[in-house]
Design a protein around this ligand. Structure first.
Ligand SMILES: Cc1ncc(COP(=O)(O)O)c(C=O)c1O
Length: 390
């Protein structure tokens, strides 16, 4: 026995996304024609030119000390510039002590959860949910509670209110959402905030709202994402530039703690510490310098919108049931037969790779990740139609 039984077990149930990716990799070399791969959230668009230029300048700089350790939370000037951006966005008094630079959103979520959870504490989320939450929460001894959503994938607030008890320490939301593309409006955030306020009072201890927002700048028909910071005081936002600047391999993001959060100073110290002891130590130095002045910059949203519009129009025309996504780059149609795994296999036989909703805790649906080139979308459309006709 090489690894622990626990990890062996977790790996066996690890991820449909990876499974589809691996099957796709095999298909791509089988010599039987093109594969239309919508399985990963790995943008095929390149980062903006301005970013590449800045990166080249930074890499060429001979300023001494640029590659050394810095405070575990990240460079003070970088955190201050992000704090200014958040201040401008929310009107709240963010400072450098509200921001911790992280190794992507994944690193930030782990640092935050480790700082917040005691063994057995509950973390509440809504189905469908990003599959890694299960592992991240388990990493820190927590228990993930998954709550229902309605036909539009919006939270069932009655179930939410009932589910929060004295063991609930964190509410974990994700908007714009992976896998549905749903964006929570400010009104909904305010309602969630109202419930959390009441529950924190009942518990005589804050329920922290952890908002996972790597897609916060990928919204199609509005300027900026509605803000949890305006909806609830004890709120923490985790984001990254994996998606908005198309840098997922570079691993750069940050945690933003509301200046109004209960014990915000303690949270900053704790998450700086957990970032260190989880082995991240600090976020990559060069990447911190790179993104500091690029807050609010995104890749060309039109590149995504074009694909969303084409896919949505055609899938509806073929007879699929699907919500039009408002953000991110995912679509989550109903599997017409009801059996998502069987349907995904049928698409796979036609060389189209998508991920079954089962992998996101929502059987009966499938996820299309359309962060791919136009020819992949266009090439796959006949298969989406034919598989319905079969
Ligand atoms: C909802 C969600 N959260 C977190 C992450 C992790 O992002 P990062 O690459 O910034 O770690 C992803 C990546 O796909 C995601 O979809």
């Amino acid at each position: 026995m090489g690894c622990s039984r626990k990890i062996e077990d977790l790996m066996a149930h690890s991820s449909w996304i990876r499974k589809m990716f691996e099957e796709g990799a095999n298909m791509k070399t089988d010599g039987r024609g093109p594969v239309y791969d919508f399985s990963l959230g790995n943008p095929e668009i390149e980062p903006p030119e301005a970013l590449k230029q800045r990166l080249a300048e930074l890499a060429a700089s001979d300023t001494p000390g640029m590659h050394r350790y810095m405070p575990n939370a990240g460079y003070e000037f970088v955190r201050r510039s992000i704090a200014d951006y958040l201040k401008e966005e929310t009107g709240l008094s963010f400072t450098a002590e509200s921001v911790i630079m992280s190794v992507g959103a994944g690193g930030g979520l782990n640092a935050a959860l480790k700082a917040l959870l005691d063994p057995g504490d509950k973390v509440v989320c809504f189905r469908p949910y990003f599959v890694e939450y299960e592992f991240y929460v388990d990493n820190h001894g927590g228990k993930l509670v998954k709550l229902p959503t309605d036909d539009s994938f919006l939270p069932d607030l009655d179930a939410f209110e009932q589910a929060i008890d004295e063991k609930t320490r964190v509410v974990l939301t994700n908007s714009p959402n992976n896998p549905t593309g749903v964006v929570y409006e400010q009104e909904l955030l305010d309602e969630i905030g109202g419930i959390l306020k009441k529950k924190s009072k009942d518990n005589a201890s804050p329920v922290y709202w952890l908002s996972d927002e790597p897609y916060r700048n990928l919204i199609y028909d509005a300027d900026r994402a509605p803000s949890i910071f305006k909806a609830y005081d004890s709120s923490i936002m985790v984001t990254s530039h994996s998606k908005d600047l198309a840098l997922p391999g570079e691993r750069i993001g940050y945690i933003g703690i509301s200046p109004n959060a209960e014990d915000s100073g303690k949270l900053f110290d704790a998450m700086t510490f957990t970032n260190r002891i989880l082995g991240f130590v600090n976020a990559p130095a060069l990447l911190q310098r790179l993104v500091a002045p690029l807050q609010g910059m995104t890749v060309d949203l039109g590149w995504y919108k074009r694909k969303r519009d084409l896919l949505y129009k055609e899938l509806i025309r073929y007879g699929y049931e699907v919500n039009k996504p408002d953000g991110a780059f995912y679509m989550f149609p109903k599997a017409p037969s009801g059996d998502d795994i069987e349907f995904v296999k049928k698409l796979q036989q036609r060389r189209v790779l998508v991920v079954p909703g089962t992998g996101f805790g929502a059987p009966g649906y499938f996820r299309i990740s359309y962060c791919v080139n136009d020819d992949v979308v266009k090439g796959a459309l006949p298969a989406f139609r034919q598989v319905l006709e079969d």
